[in-house]
Design a protein around this ligand. Sequence first.
Ligand code: FES
Length: 107
Amino acid sequence: MTRCGGTAVDRDAVRWRFETVGSGHLPPMPEPLPPRPAATVTPYEDGPLLVRGDFAVVTPEGERIETGRRTVALCRCGKSAIKPFCDGTHKVIGFRAGAAPLGRDEQ
Ligand code: FES
């Protein structure tokens, strides 16, 4: 709205305000937030993928690998002796990877 209030846009804005606020009608409510995911996967810079929440780690054959935890670190450097879990070897070998996803140009 301009200061003088004399443009067509200003008149429309005043009418809209009257119709939505002055008439007792409220603006539409925002959409509810999406439900929280059961599990999250967080890539750590130069380190593993941390999985938190309700998840299952399974073999390619579908057998469950018991973790007994709600948080596990999955190796992404490929050098862990206890794959698929991280054993800290990524630090020894100087593994480098960002925490954020690569852009399409960088892949
Ligand atoms: S990411 Fe930790 S050992 Fe591979």
